[in-house]
Write a protein that binds this ligand. Structure first.
Ligand SMILES: Nc1nc2c(ncn2[C@@H]2O[C@H](COP(=O)(O)OP(=O)(O)OP(=O)(O)O)[C@@H](O)[C@H]2O)c(=O)[nH]1
Ligand SMILES: [Mg+2]
Ligand SMILES: [Zn+2]
Length: 367
């Protein structure tokens, strides 16, 4: 190593040591957060703390013992279901039992995975039927699997607070379609439409658009219970993953459908009506009638980095009716002259909103 490199390294080290809080300070911080936690009722998530957006770190062992059926030694060669994940631990359901096992090295796991246990360890993972994944916001080349083996992707949006963001629905519909998972749009908080005519009109327009595109949607309210019976019937016997922005009411819906789950729910920031990222890690919950729900942390955005331009064009299937009229066979519909898709948008035969959503997604793809 060149001396200059060494010097730089030493300097860097010195800087990082300077940043590190002292032992005393760390202890004080720990006491403070412990006192804060003690002020509010205990909830299931208290055993876990956020590591990054999706992973969890198990808290100190004293609390870990409180959960019943935990750490019972499993029989040899059982199979189980991964219901929660932390950096070093995995929570697995086998029948009615909940086990906490060390996270195995070299085995990628996701919530919803079926695993084989042997002598209290996870030894293998079954092949996944289907999964919903997205690029890791911290490193887009890596993939984060939100849930494995799902039958349904429930895209949760809300009206008024937070307002409905149709573009995220487009993205999630595309991601689910490319995973081969059917999508269901759940519009929550619909009781809030009573105070807002504009939001009601906007939703009705979107619903018409979704229906014409063949996308299923359902109006519900976790607060009043409206639509929950229909939703329950739609979920029966299936495993569904709930995805959407923070604050739309994903965890509230799980609690309304499975009152024993007691997931933490959070208010909204008063200024911008956005959620507070209350759920910090996914969790799989069993409902009655054979349904399972995977609650996930709210996404800020949902990248589609892995999508090709062809796949994107295919995802906006309503364009296909016009593309024969484009001057260029490989028209991107973005910049080329004589584009029949853009012309159809001008004539209002295609939705301008959908076209703009297409253009926005296209701008984020490489190549
Ligand atoms: N008015 C109304 N408020 C609701 C409804 N459902 C949920 N909320 C409220 O919306 C806020 C956010 O709910 P959460 O269930 O925490 O939302 P979430 O989607 O899980 O949010 P993250 O965990 O941050 O992703 C809470 O204050 C809930 O009480 C509803 O149907 N109507
Ligand atoms: Mg939540
Ligand atoms: Zn075109």
């Amino acid at each position: 190593m060149e001396p200059s490199d060494k010097d730089r390294l030493r300097e860097k080290l010195a800087r990082s040591i300077g940043k590190e809080p002292s032992y005393e300070e760390k202890k004080r911080r720990k006491e403070r957060s412990k006192a804060k936690r003690a002020e509010r009722p205990r909830r299931a998530e208290d055993d876990w703390e956020a590591d990054d957006e999706l992973a969890l770190v198990r808290r100190a062992p004293a609390r870990a013992r409180e959960r019943p059926d935990t750490n019972a030694r499993p029989a040899a060669s059982e199979s189980g279901l991964v219901v929660a994940l932390a950096r070093t631990r995995v929570e697995v359901r086998t029948g009615e039992r909940k086990l906490e096992l060390p996270r195995p090295h070299g085995l990628e796991l996701a919530i919803g995975d079926r695993v084989l246990l042997d002598g209290g360890r996870i030894v293998s993972r079954e092949a996944r039927r289907a999964r919903l994944a997205r690029p890791d916001p911290a490193d887009p080349r890596r993939e984060l699997v939100l849930a494995a083996n799902v039958d349904l992707g429930a895209i949760v949006v809300s009206v008024v607070a937070p307002p409905l963001v149709a573009g995220l629905v487009d993205r999630l519909q595309i991601a689910l379609a490319s995973s081969g998972v059917p999508a269901l749009v759940i519009v929550n908080k619909v009781e809030l439409l009573q105070g807002s005519e504009a939001a009601g009109r906007e939703l009705a327009e979107l619903e018409t658009e979704w229906r014409e595109l063949g996308f299923e949607s359902l109006r519900v309210s976790a607060a009043t219970g409206l639509g929950l019976d229909t939703l329950r019937a739609r979920l029966a016997g299936r495993t569904a993953v709930l995805v959407g922005h923070s604050g739309v009411g994903k965890s509230s819906l799980v609690n309304a459908l499975a009152p024993r789950s007691e997931l933490a729910t959070g208010g909204l920031s008063s200024g911008n009506l956005r959620g507070r990222h209350t759920t910090s890690a996914g969790r799989m919950i069993e409902l009655a009638d054979g349904a399972w729900l995977v609650d996930t942390p709210g996404v800020r955005e949902f990248g589609l980095a892995g999508l090709s331009r062809d796949e994107l064009r295919g995802a906006f299937a309503e364009f296909a009716r016009f593309t024969a009229g484009c001057r260029f066979a490989d028209c991107s519909h973005l910049v080329e002259p004589d584009c029949a898709v853009r012309a159809a948008v001008e004539r209002r035969e295609l939705s301008r909103r959908r076209f703009e959503s297409y253009a926005r997604i296209a701008a984020t793809l490489d190549g």
